[in-house]
Design a protein around this ligand. Structure first.
Ligand code: PRP
Ligand code: URA
Length: 209
């Protein structure tokens, strides 16, 4: 079964509330998403393995721990996932970035895939899939299907807001994927938008509406 982490840190909760406000402009919305992604990334990377290395301080030689080189890949689901990439890259600058393009058909709310480009060595990396919204779960499930089809075994999913419907669907479809959520919401409305949510994340990031 998926490990599910729902953040309860006051800084994250406060920033998500600011993002929900319909009067928050795109510039602030993007900055908040970036800050939250960095804060979440701290927890998402908690189990990165360490190894002992010898270094020399100005005082003496010493054995200390450093990252054991497990390689990370960040894969945003386009478009809105792009807003969560830089926060992770600030923590893990050497991470490679792949992209999966997928949008929800406005009539059926089912995902339509239009682009997939992953790092060449994706199967050797731990892949963190990022997308602010987990609504029906269709987009995340489809993206992770693609990533698994490339041979990737170690996948995490990180989102800002999840609906119970999407969380259930994703954890059932991919029980081996750990899921990190900044805020858990109530339900989906008749248009499959998250309630209370924050509206259309892509439009709010890029100012397209
Ligand atoms: C949004 C969001 C997710 C998807 C979630 O993208 O960023 O990718 O909807 O919905 P689901 O869980 O029901 O699949 P959207 O399709 O609006 O595309 P965009 O990022 O290009 O705006
Ligand atoms: N996609 C969004 O951007 N917002 C929602 O509430 C649901 C899907």
């Amino acid at each position: 079964m998926s490990k599910i982490v729902i953040f309860d840190h006051p800084l994250i909760t406060h920033k998500v509330s600011m993002m929900r406000d319909k009067n928050t402009p795109s510039k602030d919305f993007r900055e908040l998403l970036d800050e939250i992604s960095l804060l979440m990334g701290y927890e998402v990377t908690r189990d990165l393995p360490l190894e002992e290395v010898e270094i020399e301080t100005p005082i003496c030689k010493t054995k200390q721990k450093m990252l054991a080189g497990r390689q990370i890949g960040v894969v945003p689901i386009l478009r809105a996932g792009l807003g969560m990439v830089d926060g992770i890259l600030k923590l893990v600058p050497a991470a490679k970035v792949g992209h999966i393009g997928c949008y929800r058909d406005p009539e059926t709310a089912t995902p339509v895939e239009y682009y997939c480009k992953l790092p060449v060595d994706a199967e050797q990396r731990e892949i963190i899939v990022v997308d602010p919204m987990l609504a029906t779960g269709g987009s995340a499930i489809m993206a992770i299907n693609f990533i698994k089809a490339k041979g990737v075994k170690n996948i995490k999913f990180m989102c800002l807001i999840a609906a119970p419907e999407g969380l259930k669907a994703l954890s059932e479809a991919h029980p081996d994927v750990d899921i990190y959520i900044a805020a858990m919401d109530d339900h989906l409305n008749e248009h499959k938008y998250i309630v209370p949510g924050l509206g259309d994340a892509g439009d709010r990031i890029f100012g397209t509406k």
